[in-house]
Design a binder for this molecule. Structure first.
Ligand code: ZN
Length: 282
Protein backbone atom coordinates (compact mmCIF):
# COMPACT_ATOMS: atom_id res chain seq x y z
CA UNK A 1 0.00 0.00 0.00
CA UNK A 2 1.34 3.40 -0.96
CA UNK A 3 1.92 5.98 1.74
CA UNK A 4 -0.91 8.46 1.69
CA UNK A 5 1.48 11.33 1.14
CA UNK A 6 2.96 9.53 -1.88
CA UNK A 7 -0.26 9.48 -3.82
CA UNK A 8 -0.45 12.02 -6.60
CA UNK A 9 -3.20 12.90 -9.03
CA UNK A 10 -1.12 11.20 -11.73
CA UNK A 11 -0.86 7.91 -9.82
CA UNK A 12 -4.55 7.93 -9.02
CA UNK A 13 -5.50 8.73 -12.61
CA UNK A 14 -3.26 5.91 -13.87
CA UNK A 15 -4.96 3.43 -11.53
CA UNK A 16 -8.46 4.66 -12.36
CA UNK A 17 -7.64 4.48 -16.07
CA UNK A 18 -6.47 0.88 -15.55
CA UNK A 19 -9.60 -0.13 -13.64
CA UNK A 20 -11.95 1.76 -15.96
CA UNK A 21 -10.11 1.93 -19.29
CA UNK A 22 -11.17 4.86 -21.43
CA UNK A 23 -11.46 2.49 -24.41
CA UNK A 24 -14.41 0.83 -22.64
CA UNK A 25 -16.48 4.01 -22.80
CA UNK A 26 -19.10 4.54 -25.48
CA UNK A 27 -17.81 6.51 -28.47
CA UNK A 28 -19.99 9.53 -27.57
CA UNK A 29 -18.81 9.55 -23.97
CA UNK A 30 -16.04 11.70 -22.45
CA UNK A 31 -14.23 10.13 -19.52
CA UNK A 32 -10.97 10.38 -17.59
CA UNK A 33 -9.21 13.37 -16.05
CA UNK A 34 -11.12 16.61 -16.71
CA UNK A 35 -8.79 18.94 -14.82
CA UNK A 36 -6.12 18.79 -12.13
CA UNK A 37 -2.39 19.11 -11.58
CA UNK A 38 -0.69 15.75 -12.12
CA UNK A 39 1.87 16.24 -9.35
CA UNK A 40 -0.65 17.48 -6.76
CA UNK A 41 -0.83 15.13 -3.75
CA UNK A 42 -4.10 13.35 -2.98
CA UNK A 43 -5.06 12.61 0.60
CA UNK A 44 -8.84 12.84 0.29
CA UNK A 45 -11.23 11.88 -2.50
CA UNK A 46 -14.94 12.69 -2.81
CA UNK A 47 -17.10 10.37 -4.94
CA UNK A 48 -20.19 11.96 -6.53
CA UNK A 49 -22.68 11.14 -9.25
CA UNK A 50 -22.79 14.71 -10.57
CA UNK A 51 -20.22 17.49 -10.55
CA UNK A 52 -22.55 20.41 -9.77
CA UNK A 53 -22.17 23.51 -7.55
CA UNK A 54 -23.50 21.65 -4.49
CA UNK A 55 -21.03 18.78 -4.76
CA UNK A 56 -18.16 21.13 -5.61
CA UNK A 57 -19.02 23.10 -2.43
CA UNK A 58 -18.98 19.83 -0.53
CA UNK A 59 -15.58 18.82 -1.96
CA UNK A 60 -14.04 22.17 -1.03
CA UNK A 61 -15.56 22.12 2.48
CA UNK A 62 -14.29 18.59 3.06
CA UNK A 63 -10.82 19.42 1.77
CA UNK A 64 -10.97 16.86 -1.03
CA UNK A 65 -8.08 16.86 -3.51
CA UNK A 66 -9.96 14.98 -6.20
CA UNK A 67 -13.60 14.49 -7.17
CA UNK A 68 -14.44 11.18 -8.78
CA UNK A 69 -17.67 11.87 -10.69
CA UNK A 70 -19.83 9.42 -12.60
CA UNK A 71 -21.34 11.91 -15.05
CA UNK A 72 -19.06 13.93 -17.35
CA UNK A 73 -18.97 17.66 -16.71
CA UNK A 74 -18.38 18.23 -20.41
CA UNK A 75 -19.99 15.93 -22.95
CA UNK A 76 -20.28 18.40 -25.81
CA UNK A 77 -17.45 20.61 -27.09
CA UNK A 78 -17.33 24.12 -25.64
CA UNK A 79 -15.60 27.24 -26.90
CA UNK A 80 -15.43 28.99 -23.54
CA UNK A 81 -15.05 28.22 -19.88
CA UNK A 82 -15.67 31.85 -18.93
CA UNK A 83 -16.60 32.16 -15.25
CA UNK A 84 -20.03 33.54 -16.11
CA UNK A 85 -21.04 30.19 -17.63
CA UNK A 86 -22.41 27.46 -15.38
CA UNK A 87 -19.71 24.92 -16.14
CA UNK A 88 -16.95 27.50 -16.55
CA UNK A 89 -17.63 28.76 -13.04
CA UNK A 90 -17.22 25.22 -11.72
CA UNK A 91 -13.91 24.82 -13.56
CA UNK A 92 -12.60 28.07 -12.07
CA UNK A 93 -13.71 27.13 -8.56
CA UNK A 94 -12.14 23.68 -8.80
CA UNK A 95 -8.83 24.99 -10.12
CA UNK A 96 -8.67 27.77 -7.52
CA UNK A 97 -9.35 25.26 -4.75
CA UNK A 98 -6.83 22.76 -6.14
CA UNK A 99 -9.43 20.04 -6.61
CA UNK A 100 -8.90 17.65 -9.53
CA UNK A 101 -11.90 16.20 -11.38
CA UNK A 102 -12.02 12.71 -12.87
CA UNK A 103 -14.95 11.04 -14.64
CA UNK A 104 -15.71 7.32 -14.98
CA UNK A 105 -19.02 6.99 -16.83
CA UNK A 106 -19.96 4.33 -19.41
CA UNK A 107 -16.56 2.73 -18.84
CA UNK A 108 -17.68 2.20 -15.21
CA UNK A 109 -21.11 1.05 -16.39
CA UNK A 110 -19.65 -1.85 -18.39
CA UNK A 111 -16.93 -2.74 -15.86
CA UNK A 112 -17.27 -5.91 -13.80
CA UNK A 113 -18.00 -5.03 -11.09
CA UNK A 114 -19.66 -1.90 -12.39
CA UNK A 115 -22.45 0.56 -11.71
CA UNK A 116 -25.30 -1.93 -12.22
CA UNK A 117 -23.69 -4.54 -9.94
CA UNK A 118 -23.99 -2.12 -7.04
CA UNK A 119 -27.62 -1.44 -7.97
CA UNK A 120 -28.38 -5.17 -8.24
CA UNK A 121 -26.71 -5.81 -4.89
CA UNK A 122 -29.07 -3.37 -3.18
CA UNK A 123 -31.96 -5.57 -4.32
CA UNK A 124 -30.18 -8.74 -3.20
CA UNK A 125 -29.99 -10.17 -6.72
CA UNK A 126 -27.75 -13.21 -7.19
CA UNK A 127 -26.29 -15.02 -10.18
CA UNK A 128 -25.60 -11.73 -11.91
CA UNK A 129 -24.77 -11.60 -15.62
CA UNK A 130 -24.71 -8.67 -18.05
CA UNK A 131 -28.02 -7.61 -19.55
CA UNK A 132 -26.22 -6.47 -22.70
CA UNK A 133 -22.77 -8.12 -22.87
CA UNK A 134 -20.05 -5.67 -23.88
CA UNK A 135 -18.68 -5.67 -27.40
CA UNK A 136 -15.47 -4.23 -28.77
CA UNK A 137 -12.71 -3.16 -26.40
CA UNK A 138 -14.70 -4.01 -23.27
CA UNK A 139 -15.86 -7.46 -24.42
CA UNK A 140 -15.43 -10.46 -22.12
CA UNK A 141 -15.02 -11.27 -18.42
CA UNK A 142 -18.64 -10.59 -17.52
CA UNK A 143 -18.55 -6.98 -18.68
CA UNK A 144 -21.55 -5.26 -20.17
CA UNK A 145 -24.36 -2.81 -19.58
CA UNK A 146 -27.03 -3.63 -17.02
CA UNK A 147 -27.25 -6.81 -14.98
CA UNK A 148 -29.79 -9.59 -14.63
CA UNK A 149 -30.15 -11.85 -11.62
CA UNK A 150 -32.53 -13.63 -9.27
CA UNK A 151 -34.28 -12.41 -6.13
CA UNK A 152 -33.65 -14.53 -3.00
CA UNK A 153 -37.40 -15.26 -3.02
CA UNK A 154 -40.16 -14.33 -5.44
CA UNK A 155 -41.96 -11.05 -4.75
CA UNK A 156 -45.01 -9.43 -6.24
CA UNK A 157 -44.32 -6.37 -8.33
CA UNK A 158 -45.84 -4.25 -5.56
CA UNK A 159 -43.52 -5.81 -2.96
CA UNK A 160 -40.49 -5.41 -5.23
CA UNK A 161 -41.38 -1.75 -5.72
CA UNK A 162 -41.52 -1.28 -1.96
CA UNK A 163 -38.21 -3.15 -1.56
CA UNK A 164 -36.54 -0.89 -4.14
CA UNK A 165 -37.85 2.16 -2.31
CA UNK A 166 -36.45 0.83 0.97
CA UNK A 167 -33.05 -0.21 -0.36
CA UNK A 168 -32.27 2.72 -2.67
CA UNK A 169 -31.50 6.25 -1.47
CA UNK A 170 -34.61 8.31 -0.79
CA UNK A 171 -35.48 10.85 -3.48
CA UNK A 172 -38.42 13.12 -4.18
CA UNK A 173 -39.25 11.00 -7.23
CA UNK A 174 -39.31 7.72 -5.32
CA UNK A 175 -40.01 4.49 -7.21
CA UNK A 176 -42.94 3.77 -9.53
CA UNK A 177 -43.77 0.58 -11.33
CA UNK A 178 -45.67 -0.36 -14.48
CA UNK A 179 -47.45 -3.68 -14.91
CA UNK A 180 -49.69 -5.95 -12.83
CA UNK A 181 -48.93 -5.13 -9.15
CA UNK A 182 -49.68 -8.74 -8.21
CA UNK A 183 -47.40 -10.31 -10.84
CA UNK A 184 -44.82 -12.62 -9.28
CA UNK A 185 -41.23 -11.52 -9.94
CA UNK A 186 -38.25 -13.87 -9.68
CA UNK A 187 -35.74 -12.66 -12.25
CA UNK A 188 -34.91 -8.96 -12.34
CA UNK A 189 -32.91 -6.92 -14.85
CA UNK A 190 -31.43 -3.61 -13.72
CA UNK A 191 -29.59 -0.78 -15.41
CA UNK A 192 -28.10 2.18 -13.58
CA UNK A 193 -29.14 5.44 -15.21
CA UNK A 194 -31.35 5.94 -18.25
CA UNK A 195 -32.35 2.46 -19.35
CA UNK A 196 -35.00 2.90 -22.00
CA UNK A 197 -32.63 1.93 -24.80
CA UNK A 198 -32.52 -1.57 -23.28
CA UNK A 199 -36.28 -2.15 -23.06
CA UNK A 200 -36.21 -4.61 -25.96
CA UNK A 201 -33.11 -6.33 -24.53
CA UNK A 202 -34.88 -6.66 -21.18
CA UNK A 203 -37.94 -8.07 -22.97
CA UNK A 204 -35.81 -10.81 -24.56
CA UNK A 205 -33.77 -11.49 -21.41
CA UNK A 206 -36.30 -13.64 -19.58
CA UNK A 207 -36.55 -11.10 -16.74
CA UNK A 208 -39.90 -10.75 -14.97
CA UNK A 209 -39.14 -7.09 -14.20
CA UNK A 210 -36.71 -4.44 -15.39
CA UNK A 211 -35.58 -1.56 -13.14
CA UNK A 212 -33.87 1.55 -14.46
CA UNK A 213 -34.26 5.34 -14.55
CA UNK A 214 -35.79 7.96 -16.84
CA UNK A 215 -38.63 5.91 -18.32
CA UNK A 216 -41.34 7.62 -20.38
CA UNK A 217 -45.03 7.11 -21.13
CA UNK A 218 -45.01 5.88 -24.75
CA UNK A 219 -42.01 3.52 -24.65
CA UNK A 220 -43.35 2.02 -21.41
CA UNK A 221 -46.92 1.52 -22.58
CA UNK A 222 -45.79 0.06 -25.90
CA UNK A 223 -43.32 -2.25 -24.14
CA UNK A 224 -46.06 -3.57 -21.82
CA UNK A 225 -48.57 -3.90 -24.66
CA UNK A 226 -46.04 -6.11 -26.46
CA UNK A 227 -45.91 -8.42 -23.41
CA UNK A 228 -42.63 -7.12 -22.00
CA UNK A 229 -41.62 -7.55 -18.34
CA UNK A 230 -42.90 -5.23 -15.62
CA UNK A 231 -40.95 -1.99 -15.28
CA UNK A 232 -39.68 -0.07 -12.28
CA UNK A 233 -38.65 3.54 -12.75
CA UNK A 234 -36.32 4.97 -10.12
CA UNK A 235 -34.57 8.32 -9.79
CA UNK A 236 -31.46 8.52 -11.97
CA UNK A 237 -29.24 9.62 -9.06
CA UNK A 238 -30.61 6.87 -6.80
CA UNK A 239 -29.79 4.21 -9.39
CA UNK A 240 -26.13 5.22 -9.63
CA UNK A 241 -25.43 6.35 -6.05
CA UNK A 242 -24.88 2.73 -4.83
CA UNK A 243 -21.84 2.39 -7.12
CA UNK A 244 -20.08 5.20 -5.26
CA UNK A 245 -19.78 2.92 -2.21
CA UNK A 246 -18.13 0.22 -4.32
CA UNK A 247 -15.60 2.48 -5.99
CA UNK A 248 -14.87 4.21 -2.67
CA UNK A 249 -14.16 0.85 -1.00
CA UNK A 250 -11.77 -0.05 -3.81
CA UNK A 251 -9.94 3.30 -3.56
CA UNK A 252 -9.51 2.93 0.22
CA UNK A 253 -8.23 -0.61 -0.16
CA UNK A 254 -5.90 0.18 -3.04
CA UNK A 255 -4.41 3.43 -1.74
CA UNK A 256 -5.20 3.77 1.96
CA UNK A 257 -6.50 7.19 1.06
CA UNK A 258 -9.48 8.85 2.74
CA UNK A 259 -12.50 8.47 0.48
CA UNK A 260 -15.83 10.15 1.15
CA UNK A 261 -19.10 9.49 -0.66
CA UNK A 262 -21.53 12.31 -1.34
CA UNK A 263 -25.11 11.70 -0.29
CA UNK A 264 -26.23 15.02 -1.69
CA UNK A 265 -29.19 14.13 -3.88
CA UNK A 266 -28.30 15.71 -7.23
CA UNK A 267 -31.43 14.50 -8.98
CA UNK A 268 -33.09 17.62 -10.43
CA UNK A 269 -36.51 16.62 -9.02
CA UNK A 270 -37.20 18.16 -5.62
CA UNK A 271 -40.96 17.87 -5.09
CA UNK A 272 -43.36 14.97 -5.52
CA UNK A 273 -47.09 15.31 -4.97
CA UNK A 274 -50.17 13.19 -5.08
CA UNK A 275 -53.64 14.31 -4.10
CA UNK A 276 -53.18 12.98 -0.58
CA UNK A 277 -49.55 13.80 0.04
CA UNK A 278 -46.85 16.26 -0.78
CA UNK A 279 -43.23 15.26 -0.44
CA UNK A 280 -40.43 17.77 -0.58
CA UNK A 281 -36.81 16.69 -0.62
CA UNK A 282 -35.30 17.34 2.83
ZN1 ZN B 1 -26.25 8.35 -15.19
Amino acid sequence: MALVTDLTVRALVDSLDARFPRAWAESWDRVGLVLGEFEHPVTRVLCVVDCVPETVDQAIELGADLILAHHPLFLKPVSSIAPDTFKGALVHRLIRAGVALYTAHTNADVANPGVSDALAARLGLTGLRPLAPAEGAAAGEGRGLGRIGELPEPLTLAALTRLAAERLPVTAAGVRAAGDPGALIRTVAVCGGAGDSFLSVAARSGADAYLCADLRHHPVSEHLAAGGPALLDVAHWASERPWLDDVAAWLREAFGVEVLVSDLDTDPWTVHANRDDLEIRP
